[in-house]
Write a protein that binds this ligand. Structure first.
Ligand code: 2IP
Ligand code: CA
Ligand code: CA
Length: 379
């Protein structure tokens, strides 16, 4: 299944192109913002954003993967619903058609007849991205498409994507907010057990060329199945001459008791805040922090599946916080790792796929144990 990995890297790059095109045209971008309603609303936000870019990207990935791996077609899920309502109150189902012209015509109906915008989007969707160097040669992945499912978050950290603050990233430093927090996340899991086995992360706004003003992206990938654990990044080395304590990243909306408790186990200045659930897990993957702790059920399967696979490839993982606090064997217990195949039957809409118990993303089991130990009895 190394072919699947190469395809996912390619579609994620195409997705990043769509995300960049949508931001480049300010008037187009205004058009794309639509409010979510009903059961699909992420209850965490009073107002959530649903953009046509999100829907288009998700459908494009679904289309391309389904075309090359028909066995997976019914098992490609994502955050967005492909029903879109245009300014005239008409409901349009967004799909990727077989030609650029047909896709442009369909998108024009969503965009209330704005053919310029529709053509720009259709071009990005149908364009083959530049080949990306992924060094996946020689990689064999002993899985077959009929045993796999996919979770897509077409754009994670939509609020940062829409706000559009530009930051210059510094090597080795976590930067709390801005366009770089927006990520394309594609995760692959085993249908039988729900384990995440492959993940691709694309960061569309990694670096802006100062002379041309053009944004460049960056991609990350990982495979973890059986004895095969490969990641595009190597496990970050700890600082050898420091007895530094833990570094932790949280959401700024995290509970006060969690902030205070973890503040006391962290080294000074190592309790940090950042936007984007995917970006926070990516910070753990890159070694910009040690763990990401979230005490609420405000993330979903599509947020964690892809980065979870990369962490597993590096020897870490993502556990359910509530279950870990209850489990007597703590982090030794494999049942506390998040899984991706079963909905919560008692919930409706997007909530069926929430990571209800909160989570801890980690690279190192002993650091996970310290976090669980510190939080036990506090929540
Ligand atoms: C969001 C996004 C938010 C995150 C939230 C996710 O996904 O990643 O940033 O909140 O949990 O569901 P926070 O930044 O406080 O961690 P999306 O942008 O796709 O809705
Ligand atoms: Ca998300
Ligand atoms: Ca999203």
């Amino acid at each position: 299944m190394a072919d699947l990995l190469r395809l996912l890297l390619k579609v994620a790059e195409k997705a990043a192109n769509v995300a960049r095109v949508c931001r480049q045209e300010a008037p187009l971008f205004q058009l794309l913002v639509q409010e979510k309603t009903g059961d699909d609303k992420n209850k965490k936000f009073v107002q959530d954003f649903k953009t046509l870019a999100d829907v288009v990207i998700q459908e494009m990935i679904r289309h391309d993967v389904g075309a090359q791996f028909p066995e997976m077609a019914g098992f490609i899920h994502g955050e967005e619903s492909n029903k879109f309502e245009n300014g005239l109150g008409e409901s349009v189902t967004v799909t990727v058609c077989s030609t650029e012209e047909e896709t442009a015509a369909l998108l024009a109906t969503v965009l209330d007849g704005n053919h310029t915008a529709a053509s720009l989007l259709a071009r990005a969707i149908h364009q083959n991205p530049a080949t990306i160097d992924s060094s996946t040669d020689g990689l064999t992945v002993p899985l077959s498409p009929a045993e796999l499912g996919i979770w897509i978050d077409p754009i994670d950290a939509t609020s940062q994507y829409i706000e559009g603050k530009e930051e210059v990233l510094q090597e080795g430093h976590l930067s709390p907010s801005g366009l770089h927090c927006a990520l394309v996340l594609i995760g692959v899991y085993l249908r039988s057990t729900g384990e995440p086995v492959m993940g691709v992360i694309n960061q569309p706004f990694n670096y802006k060329d100062p002379s041309s003003g053009v944004w460049r992206g960056k991609h990350f990938w990982g495979v973890s199945c059986g004895d095969i654990n490969v990641c595009s990044l190597s496990c970050p080395k700890g600082d050898p001459d420091s007895e530094r304590g833990l570094a932790v990243v949280l959401s700024s909306s995290e509970k006060q008791v969690v902030k205070e408790t973890l503040g006391s186990v962290c080294s000074p200045k190592k309790l940090m805040y950042a936007s984007g659930a995917g970006y926070k897990i990516l910070c753990v993957i890159q070694g910009l922090t040690d763990v990401y702790v979230l005490s609420e059920g405000s993330t979903f399967k599509w947020d964690s599946c892809a980065p979870h696979a990369l962490l597993r490839a590096l020897g870490g993982g993502v556990v359910d916080l509530t279950k870990s606090l209850q489990s007597s064997s703590g982090s030794q217990d494999h049942h506390v790792e998040l899984t991706y195949h079963q909905p919560s039957a008692e919930c409706k809409g997007a909530d069926r796929w929430a990571n209800h118990g909160g989570l801890v993303a980690y690279r190192d089991c002993s650091q996970l144990r310290s976090i669980i130990g510190a939080l036990r009895g506090k929540l």
